[in-house]
Design a protein around this ligand. Structure first.
Ligand code: 8YV
Length: 326
């Protein structure tokens, strides 16, 4: 019997093709709707491998029922939707998609920063709505980016790629990370500082850290109060790092100047989300890695990792380094 692979979202045929030739591949039929929980549990029971999305909770229950599952390939660099400890205990390899999305996500982070600082979305809407009737000296005046201080919270690969782009704007680069990043310091002139210093000194506070027990809710009311009143907050990692109610208040009260957000506590958000009522917020639908090229490479990497593991080989990218090939 061929090994059974379940893919939790409809992916393009040419991506799935290499697997279909060797394995029995089943896929949730919708591209735009997540797989129902019941279906995921049913499929996990039969599966030797799962290809999952961020929208699924791959928790202890899924891992328990997936008795034959050998690999879970998650279509993301982040894996906070997967219970890695439970999977590791069961000997399941967890694979993610680092590197292939780094530059695209950094590009989008900078786009979000620029759009927020220079009020690009508001200005485009202004023209579209026919409101451009005359010139005025401070028409839609925004904040400069060049020569400002960017504070990067989370200096992983994406953080470093953003820092590299920031050098092109002659920005002063501060960063805070679990560990010092020699490469960012030596190559890009980034200066390490404490989280409190980063928050207090940055014109742009850019959140690129993963969601962990340590980072959950780290951006509190008190943290926003300690930012400059002219500060712009950018989040392109995970929504739950932020107390959204506190962010809303900070923006509404003018404690900070603006926010560019690609991620939210509960995704997707509806048009009634309080943050969307604020003119100084630019909100995007979690599209950090969403270039055609990067998303294709992410899908291909998941497919490759599944094939490698089911063929008894080491995967290209592994989250749980304790996992051993049997
Ligand atoms: C997701 C992301 O991959 O990689 C991550 O961790 O947040 C994104 O790139 C994307 O939303 C698809 O799940």
């Amino acid at each position: 019997m061929k090994p059974y692979i379940y893919i939790t979202r409809k992916l393009p045929d040419h991506i799935v093709e290499p697997l279909s030739q060797k394995y029995e591949v089943h896929m949730w039929e919708r591209e735009d709707v997540p797989v129902p929980r019941e279906t995921l549990l049913e499929e996990a029971k039969k599966a030797d491998a799962l290809l999952t999305m961020l929208s699924e909770r791959v928790d202890e229950e899924v891992i328990e029922v997936g008795e034959n599952v050998k690999v879970i390939a998650n279509l993301a660099v982040g894996f906070d939707n997967v219970n890695v400890d439970a999977a590791t205990r069961k000997g399941i390899a967890i694979c993610n998609t680092p590197d292939v999305l780094t530059d695209s996500t950094a590009d989008l982070t900078v786009a979000l920063l620029m759009a927020t600082a220079r009020r690009v979305v508001e200005a485009a809407e202004f023209v579209k709505q026919g409101q451009w009737k005359s010139w005025s000296p401070l028409l839609l005046a925004g904040h400069d980016i060049h020569h400002q201080t960017i504070g990067i919270f989370g200096m992983g690969s994406i953080g470093e790629a953003v820092a590299k782009r920031a050098t092109g704007f002659d920005m002063n680069i501060l960063y805070h990370n679990r560990s010092r990043k020699q490469s960012a310091e030596e190559r890009l002139g980034a200066q390490y500082c404490t989280f409190d210093e980063l928050v207090a000194k940055s014109d742009f506070v850019v959140c690129l850290a993963p969601l962990t027990d340590e980072t959950r809710n780290i951006f509190t009311k008190d943290v926003f109060k300690r930012m400059k009143r002219s500060a712009i907050f950018i989040n392109a990692s995970r929504g739950p790092l932020v107390d959204e109610e506190a962010l809303y208040r900070a923006l509404k009260n003018g404690d900070i100047a603006g926010a560019g957000l690609d991620v939210f506590v509960q995704e997707p958000i509806g048009a009634d989300h309080p943050l969307l009522t604020l003119p100084n917020v630019v909100a995007l639908p979690h599209i950090g890695s969403s270039s055609v090229d990067s998303r294709s490479k992410m899908m291909e990497l998941c497919v490759e990792n599944i094939d490698l593991i089911l063929s008894g080989k080491e995967p290209k990218t592994l989250v749980n380094k304790q996992w051993v090939l049997k």
